[in-house]
Design a protein around this ligand. Sequence first.
Ligand code: SAM
Length: 165
Amino acid sequence: MSFDVIIGIIVLAVVYLLASPIYPMLAGGAAYGRTPREIAAEALTLADLKKDEVFYDLGCGTGEALIEASKLCDHVKGVEIEPIRWLIAKLRARKAQVILGNLFKQDISDADVIFIFQYPGRINNRITMKIKAETRSETRIVSYWHPIENMKLVRRQNKIFIYKT
Ligand SMILES: C[S@@+](CC[C@H](N)C(=O)[O-])C[C@H]1O[C@@H](n2cnc3c(N)ncnc32)[C@H](O)[C@@H]1O
């Protein structure tokens, strides 16, 4: 391999690493932050996720919540827009369906429990509008870290907020 090709690969890798936090924000979501596995487990217990229910993590990152949800339920789906995180989630959360794509374009009408760890204000409001428009009234929404406006808070524990539409 020539020196030029190696330099080209390194430049591309650096550009990708610099762009990857910004890229999801251009698509209307948050940059990457990880929910610790024990918090994800606690959140799913609080949301009372059941075996036959359908679970989504909208913006699933590297799959922490998907792995925990797969221990409790048979229909686990994650949507991630950033290809490297999507691949890591796909390899880690083997029992889940991990979709590479934009959460705003995902059909979520079959959701029973939706997990989000996004940003407060405009981003969560946009996701909230989608959830309200597409899901049933009994669907539970779990937001880690940030509260959501215009939804009925049913439980709260530390930074875990559980809502119904
Ligand atoms: C704060 S991280 C949370 C990751 C994971 N849910 C967790 O709790 O560990 C937000 C994730 O949402 C993804 N994301 C942002 N906007 C998105 C969009 N429009 N569609 C799909 N994923 C998106 C980001 O790439 C990032 O991995």
